[in-house]
Design a protein around this ligand. Structure first.
Ligand code: ARG
Length: 571
């Protein structure tokens, strides 16, 4: 729209020169005056002429009338004077030509920008707790986090994706005890993370009966913190087994991290500097043996920094890692994506960093999301009401594979496509909601292929590919004579993509893109069903419609990638 407004401004200026002769008015001033009329039926843009009465010493009503008579602009199809306003209707053909040629020339950059050039954003997401189940509750942080990374990259930011593994803490003491008592090396090597989780669960069951197990676990964790060789070796092994499993899931999602510095990186000397600052600023208080920062003045519970035995906990490890990230990446923004259940933790440690006097405290952003329940009931590790992410993906992939076998048995790369569409279905379903809303994951719906789903939009993408592959050649420089309302609507929707991308970034909300994808797919499918593309009445119309199809193909593809869905050329 900016370019259209600029063209129109200079055409208005020429009309004003014709009518009133020279003045000190310039095109930039006119540009600033242009408004969007409150009611679309009045026009697409309006010039409030009272803003010109001083310059021309005439009434707004007269100025509007005179300019309407004298304007000559290819940008507009109509100019009407109404009560001192000059209303314009943008020419459909002009607008379509602008939008489509921009998309065809910018290609995979269409929708992106360079607002973030020279700036760095760190994103902390996924970050599972090692040896605990990686379940459907982690889908949020993983896919919201990765979409936010892609969105920021699209806007020109340099992005560092960090998987802040929960790889330190008393759970490792428990696991070490459990492994020594009931574990089997071979079984774990073969069975992977599931076997570790089983040991962890068994530990909890047994500890209910035998309290002393908890003391043993604490002792083993202490030995680990003191770098006991055997325990460190076990811990590294647990970590390795878990990472093998995570990387399979990340691969299915097309996610790679730039950095894996987890909690274990921050329990030791990395916390010394922040603790020194906390002491120097007199922020640390001893409470029942533990060191805390009192936050009552800010209506928050105290932030626990060190336990009574001096060992580190979650908050100080986060503070230490924030210091390290600032030092290492000098970020302009540091984003943390977790469930809303951790909002207080983030508010607390952000506040502590601010109280420490770090000027960068206001660059820390917590992006929370709502809880997930499955078929109406809450996730509960204890009762076994969890669905592992890998099992969920496997179910979806199987279902898609069965559909392909039935409907398109000769499709090449069946497995790859089943994975793209199956995983895509889950991701799309999840990202259809505003992130903060609690979601009830209805497996039936998530895996349904009807309506506003992932498979539907990926199928629409494949449809554009198929039409384009059947076309002889694409004429890039067509003059876009719009022939029907479906084409016009499609152009309008296409033109909105860059704004949607900015909106998604501003609100840290990938669902803005998901909803846009549905709007675009809907608009394209209406066009496809009501207007013949390759079989249109004349060659000119064929070319226009092919150019539009190509523009949809590019825009839809860019949008899909932003929300971690693959571009499926064939389904
Ligand atoms: N490991 C944590 C969990 O699963 C999430 C970590 C989030 N990031 C952070 N810097 N605290 O609950």
């Amino acid at each position: 729209m900016i370019e259209t407004k600029k063209r129109l401004s200079s055409d208005i200026l020429s009309a004003a020169l014709t009518v009133y002769g020279n003045s000190d008015l310039n095109a930039d001033t006119v540009f600033e005056m242009l408004e969007y009329p409150p009611d679309k039926s009045m026009g697409d843009l309006a010039l409030p002429c009272f803003k010109l009465s001083r310059t021309f010493r005439r009434s707004p009503v007269e100025i509007a009338l005179k300019l309407a008579e004298n304007i000559d602009s290819s940008v507009i199809s109509e100019a009407t004077a109404l009560n001192g306003y000059l209303n314009f209707k943008i020419s459909k053909n002009y607008f379509a030509g602008k939008v489509v040629s921009r998309i065809l020339s910018e290609k995979e950059r269409y929708g992106g920008s360079d607002v973030g050039a020279g700036k760095t954003v760190v994103l902390d997401y996924s970050s599972p707790n090692v040896a605990k189940p990686f379940h459907i509750g982690h889908l949020g942080t993983t896919v919201i986090g990765h979409s936010l990374k892609k969105l920021h990259e699209f806007a020109g930011y340099k992005c560092i994706g960090i998987n802040y593994l929960g790889d330190w803490g008393t759970q490792f003491g428990k696991l070490i005890v459990a492994y020594r008592k009931w574990g089997d090396k071979k079984l774990i090597e073969d069975g992977g993370i599931d076997k570790l989780v089983e040991l962890y669960v068994k530990f909890h069951e047994e500890a209910e009966k035998d309290e002393s197990l908890n003391d043993m676990a604490r002792a083993e964790f202490h030995k680990l913190e003191a770098q006991d060789e055997e325990n460190i070796a076990l811990w590294k092994w647990f970590l390795k087994i878990s990472l093998i499993e995570y990387s399979k899931t990340y691969k299915q999602l097309g996610i790679e991290f730039d950095n894996y510095s987890g909690e274990s990186y921050f329990y030791g000397d990395k916390k010394d500097l922040p603790i020194k600052i906390l002491r120097e600023k007199g922020l640390l208080k001893v409470d029942d043996g533990a060191s805390i920062v009192d936050l009552s003045e800010y209506n928050m519970p105290p932030c626990l920094i060190l336990k009574s035995d001096g060992s580190s906990i979650y908050a100080i490890r986060d503070i230490a890692s924030a210091f390290w990230r600032k030092e290492e990446f000098n970020f302009d923004k540091s984003i943390y994506v977790t469930s809303a259940g951790q909002s207080v933790h983030f508010a607390q440690f952000f506040k502590v960093i601010e109280l420490m006097g770090m000027e960068w405290a206001d660059r820390l952003v917590h992006v929370p999301y709502g809880t997930v329940s499955i078929n109406g009931s809450k996730l509960a590790t204890r009762t076994g009401n969890v669905i592992l992410l890998k099992d969920l993906f496997a179910m979806a992939i199987d279902k898609v594979a069965a559909v392909i076998l039935e409907k398109n048995p000769n499709l090449e790369n069946k497995e790859e496509i089943a994975e793209s569409v199956g995983v895509g279905a889950i991701v799309f379903y999840y990202l259809s909601n505003n992130r903060i809303r609690d979601i009830n994951f209805m497996l039936e719906d998530a895996l349904s292929f009807e309506g506003n789903t992932g498979p539907y939009v990926q199928y629409t993408y494949a449809r554009t590919c198929s039409i384009l592959s059947k076309a002889n050649s694409l004429v890039e420089n067509v003059s876009l004579n719009i022939t029907c309302e479906e084409e016009n609507e499609l152009v309008q929707v296409l033109s909105r993509f860059p704004e949607k991308v900015s909106e998604a970034i501003e609100q840290y909300e990938p669902s803005v893109v998901t909803r846009y994808i549905l709007e675009l797919a809907g608009s394209f499918n209406r066009f496809y069903h009501n207007c013949k593309i390759l079989g249109a009445e004349n060659e000119e119309t064929v070319n226009v419609r092919l150019a539009l199809t190509k523009a949809v193909n590019i825009t839809l593809g860019n949008a899909l990638e932003l929300i971690c869905l693959r571009k499926t050329e064939k389904i």
